[in-house]
Design a protein around this ligand. Sequence first.
Ligand code: HEC
Length: 124
Amino acid sequence: MTGTRARQPNSSLPRRSRVAGSAGLFGTGAAAALAILAIFGSPAAAEEDISILAGSCANCHGPEGRSPGAIPTIAGKTQAVLKAHMEGFRAGEPADATVMPRLMSAYSDEEIDALARWFSEVKP
Ligand code: HEC
């Protein structure tokens, strides 16, 4: 009689497959949420890009490029002047520049254009 007990079917099997089923549902929900983020998240992010990049200049050049110290103010200079400075730094000029060549080496032509426009439109 003891042998009958040992042969009882494993009752946990159906339960395990139910858990797998609900995990599948959660997976679908997460994928849908990501798709919604992809649709609604990207246009706003693209619009904010330049102000985010410009914000990274504030540590040294002051809020919106108005410098309170020895580092030059870049707010309100003409777009052409700003662009020429930035492209110069990226090309390694002037030779005594300190941080700007390293920073500008990471920026594309489009980003330099956009940054030059952004700072040219700020009131000095
Ligand atoms: C870590 C500090 C630092 C950061 C961050 C920084 N700069 Fe500069 N910037 C300088 C210094 C210092 C100079 C003077 C040149 C040099 O030594 O590299 C300068 C010079 C400049 C000049 C030339 C100004 C002039 O009239 O001579 C421009 C334009 C400029 N930076 C733009 C930017 C922009 C745009 C950003 C952000 C993308 C930025 N900088 C971020 C430190 C910084």
